[in-house]
Design a protein around this ligand. Structure first.
Ligand SMILES: *[C@@H]1O[C@H](CO)[C@@H](O)[C@H](O)[C@H]1NC(C)=O
Ligand SMILES: *[C@@H]1O[C@H](CO)[C@@H](O)[C@H](O)[C@H]1NC(C)=O
Ligand SMILES: *[C@@H]1O[C@H](CO)[C@@H](O)[C@H](O)[C@H]1NC(C)=O
Ligand SMILES: [Fe+2]
Length: 485
């Protein structure tokens, strides 16, 4: 998975340097890294329509663009979605716990939509409920010779020490860089994707090609998304407000194609919701829906935080599209509006980590907050804050807009590491106190660990025994990463 140190001099030196910087400053103070390394292997152009990456499955009206997501609050349900291109067909999923034998079935719903002159295929969403935890299920969709079979693994039961490995992908698009990211991700061993918005970049096209590029993207990600849940959040490229072709309903394509279990968390919108999976409580926010005080999203989030139980799910993770702390010239300060509304809640609730996309580069912050500042008084700079989340931007999936290569100079004190290369991240939760985090740069077709650290849980790591040992462990974990990988 990750090569030995001698063959990886650049990141190895970066990590040692990071560790030394931390150590010399007592593990808390500043001194971030701007990696000068840039890896942009392929040109930023979309893969052509007729490429095998978008191959249409064989068979008359065969189901395509198959993808799954969690279907309830706690991980005992899955939503299976697919498109039949030529005729409605049946919205039925046959499933069971052994291959080619499907004693169970569930019936879903079918929808379709038009976008300018484009007419979508028949989009099916089917909820499989009452599943057992930690079980491999096989499923079949479509009829006769055109039927297709897939499988997925349900997560372990909700519990404080349930291990789980998440992948984090953002701003993916459908270029050769996107393909590289997806293929590297699929070798990571992660079990579910936390997707931080901007899926297909179909809105870069016009007229009928918009819908067609949603279809190619659906076929593109199927090789992962049919087998493990992708937890969706929206970005600006999902809005598709395109009045010049008469399309003014925000999120039209996205909402028809990508279902989320929002009702299970008492949300009123598929665009913001929460799930619990293994030992993690994951809150999905919409950067492009109202969130100021008294809006539905604000009121929902206030309630959702009240219901977080760190005894059951120690890991509190928030997903959003626009990063709150970003020192790239691209989208600089776009996150200020949400920061001013929600940052104090993130700190009060000791969120462990916040993942965002939008900026086509990688960046990680220190634990900092800027909640003492208000418009009339207070210190206007972010300050070290042990209760604050780590903010991580993973907007480097590889879409056709290319990399955001210009970082602000000097690097702000809150920024720990930043690099403009394509890649994805993984968060491997070990137990209630420890998770291993990696950012993986796409590197000449191989996967290289470029930024990694041990994430200590914000609830359990500061309770009881851990408190005394905390500083020592924190420093040791940083030393550890120079030898562990
Ligand atoms: C949806 O499918 C039905 C049945 O084929 C068709 O009559 C209708 O025009 C389609 N609607 C859209 C919006 O494409
Ligand atoms: C504004 O900031 C000052 C200084 O931190 C603080 O004393 C005051 O309570 C804040 N006011 C509001 C309304 O938050
Ligand atoms: C949690 O996982 C870490 C990393 O694998 C390990 O060092 C630690 O001992 C574990 N803690 C418990 C309580 O199992
Ligand atoms: Fe974006």
């Amino acid at each position: 998975m990750i090569g030995n140190a001698s063959s990886r001099p650049s990141w190895f030196i970066q990590i040692i340097f990071t560790a030394i910087t931390f150590l010399s400053c007592g593990g808390r103070a500043y001194g971030g890294i701007t990696s000068t390394f840039i890896r942009s292997e392929w040109p930023s152009v979309d893969i052509p329509f007729d490429n095998e990456a978008f191959a249409v499955p064989k068979g008359d009206n065969a189901p395509q663009q198959v993808h799954i997501t969690q279907g309830d609050y706690d991980g005992k349900a899955v939503i299976v979605s697919w498109v039949t291109p030529d005729a409605p067909g049946l919205s039925i999923v046959h499933f069971g716990t052994s291959p080619e034998r499907y004693p169970l079935s569930a019936e879903g719903t079918m929808t379709n939509y038009s976008f300018h002159n484009y007419k979508s295929g028949y989009i099916h969403h089917c909820l499989l409920e009452g599943l057992e935890y930690d079980t491999k299920y096989y499923y079949k969709i479509g009829e006769g010779d055109s039927s297709r079979e897939f499988w997925f693994q349900t997560p372990p039961k909700i519990g404080p020490d349930a291990p789980y490995k998440f992948g984090i992908i953002g701003d993916l698009g459908q270029t050769y860089n996107s393909l590289s990211t997806l293929e590297h991700y699929m070798h990571s061993g992660a079990q579910a994707v936390l997707f931080v918005g901007d899926l297909s970049y179909a809105d870069r096209y016009q007229y009928d090609d918009v819908g067609s590029r949603w279809d190619t993207w659906g076929r593109f990600v199927e090789k992962s998304a049919a087998y493990q849940p992708w937890i969706w959040s929206v970005g600006n490229h999902e809005i598709e407000y395109m009045p010049y072709m008469g399309e003014v309903i925000p999120f039209k394509s996205y909402l028809h194609r990508y279902a989320t279990p929002y009702l299970a968390s008492k949300s009123i919108s598929p665009l913001w919701y929460a799930i619990r999976r293994a030992s993690a409580h994951i809150i999905v926010l919409s950067s492009y829906s109202p969130f100021v005080k008294y809006t539905p999203q604000w009121m929902w989030l206030r309630e959702e935080f009240k219901g977080v139980d760190r005894e059951k799910t120690p890991w509190l993770i928030v997903l959003m599209h626009i990063p709150i702390y970003n020192s790239n010239d691209a989208h600089f300060m776009e996150g200020e509006s949400m920061r001013s509304v929600f940052e104090s809640w993130f700190v009060q609730n000791k969120v462990d980590v916040i993942f965002a996309g939008h900026v086509h580069a990688y960046e990680r912050s220190y634990r900092i907050s800027n909640i003492h500042y208000n418009v009339s008084t207070g210190d206007p700079y972010p300050v070290p804050d042990e209760s604050a989340p780590v903010y991580i931007t993973v907007g480097d999936g590889g879409n056709q807009e290319g990399l955001a290569g210009r970082f602000r100079d000097p690097q702000p004190e809150y920024s720990a590491f930043r690099e403009a290369s394509y890649g994805h991240s993984t968060l491997e939760i070990k137990n209630r106190t420890h998770a291993l985090y990696h950012w993986n740069r796409n590197d000449d077709g191989k996967k290289v660990g470029a930024d990694s650290f041990v994430l200590h849980n914000q609830f359990w790591a500061t309770n009881g025994r851990r408190r005394k040992l905390k500083k020592k462990h924190y420093l040791m974990s940083l030393v550890g990463q120079t030898v562990a990988y």
